[in-house]
Design a protein around this ligand. Structure first.
Ligand SMILES: [Zn+2]
Length: 205
């Protein structure tokens, strides 16, 4: 008499074909499960990679913004913290006070004088040329014991426009206004105090 092992196919009443079919089905089920796990992991990996790409793009944008702002600051007009008014007397005419600005780069410029209450336009050219002192009228020289009326000059600057200004153009990489006009907001603005030292030897002015 033959004793069958309890786990043999014959014991379960399965022939080889059935066994193969079951095995195939099991493999298919396992395969589907593995595929699902792989798909899930891939999806997670894809999400992580997308998030990483987003983070790196955001970081790049931040760095680029910082670099643009640094460049903007580098291109800003540099000027001493004060303008010292100087009197100029022409014969038969009351002396006037003049200021002078010298900037190390070509800029479009507009300027106003501020007396604490109101603004007066300064007679400046549209274009300031690099390293060339630009003289401008401030106000008539104070009379008697009167002091200087003008407190500050406010200068608004923009990069020059090469095709309009006939000078070498340059640009600032930031997003601030690039073309000047009467109504344009400034790209840079300097507010510079004005001082005046009355000459001690001159009386009456
Ligand atoms: Zn700028």
């Amino acid at each position: 008499m033959t004793v069958l092992a309890p786990t043999t196919p014959e014991f379960l009443g399965l022939d080889a074909d059935n066994l193969i079919a079951i095995a195939s089905a099991l493999i298919a089920v396992i395969g589907v499960g593995v595929a699902a796990v792989i798909a899930q992991r891939s999806a997670i990996a894809a999400k992580k990679s997308a998030a990483a790409a987003e983070a790196s793009a955001a970081e790049a944008a931040t760095i680029s913004h910082i670099e643009r702002e640094r460049r903007h600051d580098d291109l800003a007009p540099q000027h001493p913290i004060e303008i010292v008014a100087k009197r100029e007397k022409r014969s038969g005419v009351r002396p006037d006070l003049y200021g002078s600005i010298t900037i190390g780069r070509n800029y479009r410029v507009q300027g106003v004088a501020w007396d604490g209450k109101s603004f007066t336009s300064l007679n400046l050219p549209l274009l300031l040329l690099a390293n060339q002192p630009q003289r401008f009228f401030i106000e008539p020289a104070p009379v008697g014991s009167n002091g200087l009326v003008t407190q500050e000059v406010h200068l608004r600057f923009w990069p020059p426009v090469a095709e309009l200004d006939g000078v070498d153009g340059w640009t600032c990489p930031c997003d601030r206004p690039t073309a000047s006009g009467v109504q344009e907001p400034p790209h840079w603005e300097l507010r510079i105090p004005v001082s005046y030292q009355r000459p001690p030897q001159i009386r009456g002015f």
